[in-house]
Design a protein around this ligand. Structure first.
Ligand code: UT7
Length: 330
């Protein structure tokens, strides 16, 4: 038995000012605007400046989120940051964000689940709120993958952008229509080597050789990941709908991870849902990993596409491999 229900109080987001479009990329690697558009659906992406780190983007998204909610700064009782490109290997970006927000004596920690990080963080936050331990948890998905990108590798460098998205997972009042209905997270560690940052950890500490060989950047076998993406997002979404006696026709909006428009369209087709119900902003941001879902949700709420009471289905996949979905009434 749950003690309470959890809900999304509000969303906020932030992307760095600098924009790199496909024509800019044509000057960096052997690629074309046409290839990138037709193979991925991307046109431009935001790129952090030299002086910006993950916590800077997270801070902007968090303040946008808090200020568009009824939650006061002092009422936030936990911070969870989903990231694989934090300011430092340690301390956590969540602790750095806590300091920036001036919030003292509350738990703060990072979650590493690749592009599924935000979904994992919501799954965790929800448990704390539902069992009564916390009332308002700030959850941020933030990435600066362009600082761990190999700008000589056309297979990966055209794909990523930087950004942050935030939400507050709050205790729902009995009278609230908003609530997180259910969440489902999953992983298959046996496929970890297909999407990996090989150096910089205890397996391969930083050395001149690791830097020379670009081993601190994202390595990805894109088509291996592609094959799993639709299957895994469909599996977790389908399970959530079935175990809550809902069908896709009950869902108002699907917000999928923005990694590739072809993956998004493939998922919509497998779910038998019209693309008019799917939130897509990949052409403007590229793949911002754990930030894609909260960024897209925030935009869709601010554009008045998603309204209070709508049923939303969020779904993602990424390094690990990991995948998962969230079903909620916004
Ligand atoms: O967020 C979670 C993690 N990431 C992902 O979800 C990414 C999932 N994967 C994908 O989105 C796709 O696999 C990619 C967009 C990465 C690649 O698309 P693809 O249709 O799977 O292409 P491919 O890797 O099979 O490559 C096809 C061709 C190759 O040339 P050849 O061998 O056929 O001559 C590549 O070398 O496209 C070439 N290619 C490019 N050509 C121009 C790869 N990247 C580029 C590029 N510009 N940027």
């Amino acid at each position: 038995m749950l003690s309470y229900h959890a809900k999304f109080s509000s969303f906020g987001s932030h992307a760095p000012k600098k924009i790199l479009n496909n024509f800019d990329l044509e000057k960096i690697v052997d690629t074309t605007d046409e290839w990138i558009r037709t193979r991925t659906g991307m046109f431009e992406r935001h790129i952090a400046s030299e002086s910006e780190a993950a916590s800077d983007l997270a801070f902007q998204a968090a303040t946008n989120c808090i200020e568009s909610s009824n939650v006061k700064y002092k009422d936030i009782d936990q911070i969870i940051v989903a990231t694989i490109s934090g300011d430092h290997p340690f301390p956590s970006t969540a602790c750095i964000l806590q300091k920036k927000l001036g919030l003292k004596n509350i738990p703060a920690f990072d979650v590493s689940a690749g592009c599924t990080g935000f979904v994992y963080a919501i799954d965790i936050a929800r448990q704390y709120v539902e069992n009564g331990i916390a009332q308002n948890i700030l959850v941020v998905g933030v990435e600066i993958l362009t600082k761990i990108t190999n700008w000589k590798d056309r297979n990966t460098c055209v794909l990523f952008g930087d950004g942050a998205g935030a939400t507050i997972v709050s205790r729902a009042e009995a009278s609230d229509i908003s609530r997180i209905i259910d969440t489902k997270i999953d992983a298959d560690g046996s496929q970890g080597e297909f999407l990996i940052q090989q150096a910089g950890g205890s397996r391969m500490p930083a050395s001149h050789e690791s830097v020379d060989k670009n081993l601190h950047t994202v390595f990805m076998e894109g088509n291996r990941i592609f094959k799993n993406a639709i299957k895994s997002m469909f599996a977790s979404s389908d399970e959530l709908l079935r175990r809550n006696n809902l069908s896709v026709s009950d869902v108002d909006w699907i917000i999928p991870h923005q990694a590739n428009l072809r993956i998004i369209e493939g998922l919509a087709e497998k779910m038998k849902v019209s693309m008019s119900k799917v939130i897509v902003n990949i052409e403007k941001y590229g793949n911002t990993s754990s930030a894609t879902i909260p960024l897209a949700a925030d935009e869709a709420i601010r554009n008045k596409k998603i309204r209070r009471g709508d049923i939303i289905l969020l779904t993602s996949f990424g390094a690990g491999l990991t995948w998962g979905s969230i079903l909620a009434r916004y």
